[in-house]
Design a binder for this molecule. Structure first.
Ligand SMILES: [Zn+2]
Length: 256
């Protein structure tokens, strides 16, 4: 083998190693962060957020978040994930997120918009889908964040390098203060919607609840749009895409 060929082969192998496949959609993504590394960063970000957050004392609502989350987690068939479901007491924040490794937080402000268990499943399945699809790691890979190196990222998450910490949190869709979330790209949003529909259906929630939920979000916008709208623009296009993805999701639906 010539040196050139050997180099080509190495380059090809490296590219292959960096290419992952997203579950359910089979999209190829560029991802140079290992699942273990992503999980570690996700846990550190989770601890950082929880240390500043006020957990809800509403036992009934917290149990609802736990129950819906557990059903979606079971449907995802990812027993290796560190599934956790927390309800954060922030009535003014209409949002939710899921960090890599399966740590899910729902802000109490979104509960009135979800209206019922299926509505909550729409939100939580969508957030879980971001984690299953490794959108955080993909963003870190695209953003060249990996140049920071594992040690710098770890130092950042431990609060020793605020700039690195901010970059990791942002890649995971989080701002540096509680309740401030950042948008994923339109294509990541569309993918999370599609996977979320399938997950909620597998968990026994009717995926036909998704479009009405996003209509309620849109209608509730008013003068001051809820945060979820700024991170998850709810327009007719999104609702149409969700309706188009329904037949695929309904194939997985087993009412409970
Ligand atoms: Zn999203």
């Amino acid at each position: 083998m010539t040196r050139f060929n050997a180099l080509m082969l190495l380059t090809f192998a490296a590219a292959l190693a960096a290419c992952a496949t997203v579950p359910y959609t089979n999209r190829h993504q560029f991802n140079v962060i290992s699942a273990a590394e992503e999980d570690k960063l996700g846990l550190q970000a989770w601890q950082e957020i929880l240390s500043k957050a006020k957990l809800s004392e509403d036992a009934q609502a917290s149990a609802l978040v736990e129950r819906v989350g557990r059903r979606i987690a079971d449907a995802s068939a990812q027993p290796g994930y560190d599934w956790q479901f927390k309800l954060i007491d922030e009535p003014g924040t209409v949002n939710a997120f899921c960090l890599p490794g399966g740590r899910v937080a729902v802000y109490s402000g979104i509960l009135p918009v979800t209206e019922n268990e299926a509505g909550l499943a729409v939100v939580m399945a969508h957030e879980v889908a971001h984690a299953l699809a490794h959108h955080g790691a993909e963003r870190m890979s695209q953003g060249g964040l990996v140049r920071l190196g594992g040690a710098a990222l770890q130092a950042g998450m431990a609060g020793k390098d605020p700039a690195a910490q901010k970059q990791v949190l942002n890649a995971f869709g989080l701002g540096t203060s509680v309740g401030v979330l950042l948008p994923f790209s339109r294509s990541h949003e569309a993918e999370a919607d599609r996977i979320g529909l399938i997950l909620m259906a597998k968990a026994g929630y009717d995926p036909r609840a998704a479009a009405p939920f996003w209509r309620r979000m849109k209608a509730g916008g008013g003068a001051k749009p809820p945060e979820l709208l700024s991170t998850h623009p709810s327009d007719e296009k999104r609702i149409k895409r969700i309706e188009a993805a329904l037949p695929e999701a309904l194939k997985h639906y087993r009412p409970q």
